[in-house]
Design a protein around this ligand. Sequence first.
Ligand code: FDA
Length: 593
Amino acid sequence: MESHAARIETSVLIIGAGPAGAAAAALLATYGIENVMINKYGGVANSPRAHITNQRAVEVFRDLGLERDLIAVATPQSLMGEHVYATSLTGRELGRLRTWYTHPHFKAEHDLASPCSVCDVPQDLLEPILVNAAALRGTAVRFNTELLSFEQDDNGVSARVIDRLTGMESTIRCQYMIGADGANSLVARLLDLPFEGHMNLGGSINVVFKADLERFCAHRPGDMYWFLKPGVGMGGNGVGVLRMARPWTRWVGVWGYDINGAKPDLSHEFGVRIAHALIGDDSISVEIESMSTWTVNDVFALDNMKGRVLCVGDAVHRHPPMNGLGSNTSIQDSYNLAWKLALVLRGVASPSLLETYRDERVPVGRQIVRRANESMHTLPAIFQALNLSSAPDEETLESAINSLSEPGEVAKRKRHAFEDALQASIIGFNTLGVETNQNYHSAAVIDDGEPEPAYSRDEELYYNPSTKPGRHLPHLWLIKDQRRVSIFDLCGKGRFTVLTGVGGEIWHDAARAVFERLGVQIVVRTIGRGCNYEDSYGDYRRLSGVDDDGALLIRPDHVVAWRSQKGPDSSPEELLNVFEEILGKSTCTSGPS
Ligand code: FDA
């Protein structure tokens, strides 16, 4: 029999099935774009690694119709926020933080920012939701398949892959390739993407174990408990962490190791010792599930694409887990990219639209890497306030902690410095603005000439709603048939949306003209008295930044692409010009065939 070299053809090849790759696959499949996703391992993440799932990431699940599936496996915000600092889980409490927007002040901020809530979803429960949805919607998912190399030309990319079960090599030919292959990205390396920063700055061991710890936690529910303990150290910072993976029976113990020293001990015996040290009670029954290591990185890519190959997720931004930004940002990279790829592949947009992925997401990568690393650097200050290095012995640590309760001016100063340092670490868990205020400047955002508003509140800490083009559409509730509807639910699903109000009929004509000339489907939603959706709380009028007959043009990823203050002065031509700019098309573009 004649043998043929295996060759698969597809529109988009996705390397990696982590949060970034699986989100890209699910989104592309939902948008009707043929894609293949490969993963060198035989299954999804086999440990809980990432867990904080922020509002903007949950919104992506909501847009995909998967929010309920996510919530079904999530631990809710109400059980996440009591972060206890102590000597061990059963030991002396030293202070507490109210994290993940559970402090009443921040809870209001959180609820005002999104219809979705932050939640805790271990990565080994989150990935299957995206992978299943992708597969059900048409993605060809290939496990045990590893990328070896690739080449690109003017028309596409040829990727050489190996089936790790059979050892058989084959070629996958695609029009575009997404490198979602994580922190050791081969794709980024072969593309020779420029990076800034350093890898492997500290080392930590993750011990995943089962233990019934309800009696120590249920009355002070948090997703992380932080311990100042001799011999412990997260990435060399002297703080050990007990992280809840399932309340209150599945856990991840985090324990530092010297990255420049001997190979860390990953035996189950050592795992039990770590778990018992963190719990502070050797008599608790502990069942080790797995042991693994991870490193502290401080690296971001100055470019995330070359030609037909685009990188998402940890492939282009690598940082510590503080602020829980890794998986979340990775999912949002794919949310930014997927609709652009879909329009380019349908021939509706010029490939130049893809360049806006670089312009919009490289600055986000830089910002989150800096944020997570700066947050991590708040931890040594807790030890410094005690006049200790990050690795004190038991006796020294105990005496320093005891001295905090002493009377007198010296002890008071130390006490206050310790308490301030401890509270200052809240920045590692409460940066709503970093999550929600992304502000894009690119050719896929048409400036309306209005100056950038002077946001009176800190852009990292607080959510500042704005419809200035480039910002995320502000969250607000509308009413339809007496029921509350999130404005986000009027948008997304791979389509552009025009939001307008009373007297905005002209926008229907404008949207029709765009479809006839450029083939882009635009959904027009009317909001206001007597419209499709009632602005019963008055929030749309207050936040939209445009007049009743004006319009907001919302991209498929919920970002404001353009806005028009008024309607009557506008003509259908105006929206057409806007789309020609966004799609990188000239005015002589012919209509859809
Ligand atoms: P990821 O590494 O997850 O996936 C890469 C994929 O590529 C895998 O499927 C892999 O098998 C595949 N692959 C690699 N090379 C390949 C090749 N040559 N061929 C084929 N496939 C290949 N984030 C967050 O948002 N909230 C949080 O709470 C935390 N917490 C947290 C705690 C700890 C301890 C760690 C270590 C990390 C976090 N993170 C986090 C970060 C989060 O885990 C990380 O940002 C995401 O997993 C990144 O997702 P990616 O899909 O980019 O890469």
